[in-house]
Design a protein around this ligand. Sequence first.
Ligand code: IPD
Length: 276
Amino acid sequence: ANVEPQECLSVALKLVKQAGDLVRDAIKKKKNIEMKSSAVDLVTETDKAVEKLLITGLSSAFPDHKFIGEESVAGGEKCVLTDEPTWIIDPVDGTMNFVHSFPYTCISVALWVNKDAEVGIVYNPILEHMFTALKGQGAYLNDEKISASGETDLSKALVFSEMGTSHDPEKVDTVITNITTLLTKVHGIRAMGSCTLNMCHVALGGVDACFEFGIHSWDTAAAYLVVKEAGGVIIDTEGGPFDLMRRRVLCASTQELAEKIAKLLKQYQPERDDAH
Ligand code: IPD
């Protein structure tokens, strides 16, 4: 299989910019909304159009590569990561924000090979923020190198969490409990509505940590590399190694800060992405 990372990045970048034109155009218009796992887990025709554009373009450039796409999985395709080069795609992360025309939304495209991230692209086409990373070559925002804040002190940390898209009572309790626990220990808490962008903002140094239960592999696959290449840390919410399919993420500027937060969190385990 062809996995020249630089070439993969440039082919994917072109497609992501085209996809960005679609999103930028559609965010101003009336959206056709459908519900998925809950009344707040949404998909629009733009999510589907963007995923189609990206998979069509990438599979014609790289015919033997595999795909995991949010809307393809919603349509019944398997979500299994092998050692084969695999593009992991979230066509619109922050779909709720997109639906409300709130400009914190992005396209996320990653290439994983041998179960490790090689290429990561996260694009907010409304604010024109293009985050990119190649393994071993640093992370960039619009071609400028970025790095995580280096913060280690919990009381000085700005932490992003999320409400998520599940109304399962145990999940809701986990969200509220964790916000209650952290509120008086950290500098500030925010919930902006895109796990992918939250992670990229940790990479940028504007946010010191973020965590969420119930996300999917496509929400974290690209931002994972952006954060790592910016010197940040990604672990499981309980501590220990991050598992892409486990649907939990804790990301921070430093290992020390990540571990302090992990110790405080009430844990929740949703069904794995690769359970079926
Ligand atoms: C969602 C966003 C949101 C998070 C949800 C995700 P989507 O992704 O990342 O911040 O709270 O858990 O599902 O569905 O808009 O791609």
